[in-house]
Design a protein around this ligand. Sequence first.
Ligand code: ZN
Length: 174
Amino acid sequence: MDLSKEYRALVERLEAEGVRLVEKDRVWHQRLIHWLLQVVTLGAQSQYLDRYVTTIGRTIYLTPGWNDRALADRYATMRHEAVHIEQFKRFGLLPMALAYLLLPLPIGLAWCRMRLEREAYEETLRVQFAHGGRPAVEKIREHVIRQFTSGAYGWMWPFPRAVARWFDRFVDGL
Ligand SMILES: [Zn+2]
């Protein structure tokens, strides 16, 4: 199956499950979150609206100009978000939201967020590996590690060596 067919099939499957795809910058509370994140992270996360696709409950909030993004990028992102959709189903909206945002700390030591994102990034890595093998995965290694250790996700797990260990072990197993 070619990638555009795979992408369409994935989106259709999600929509059939009741998942909504919405443009992020058109939703007032997403603009509010964008502003709050800039304040809380002192500017370290200032690309929430433009660069980060976000899943809350059964809604996936897409970045502006989503369809202009490269197909491979859209496909990998959608697979990552599909994991979050699954997590919201598994845990329920409120427990998932509370765990993701607050436990044990909202910033700097967000163990639950780290575990939830780790599961989703593992899907990202599976997709990259399937399409481009080890080189494709190595190419995004630093970027992925930075997502965990920087302000991008509120310094959710600021331990680069631990994150790198998870990354390398997971990729070795692919
Ligand atoms: Zn994620």
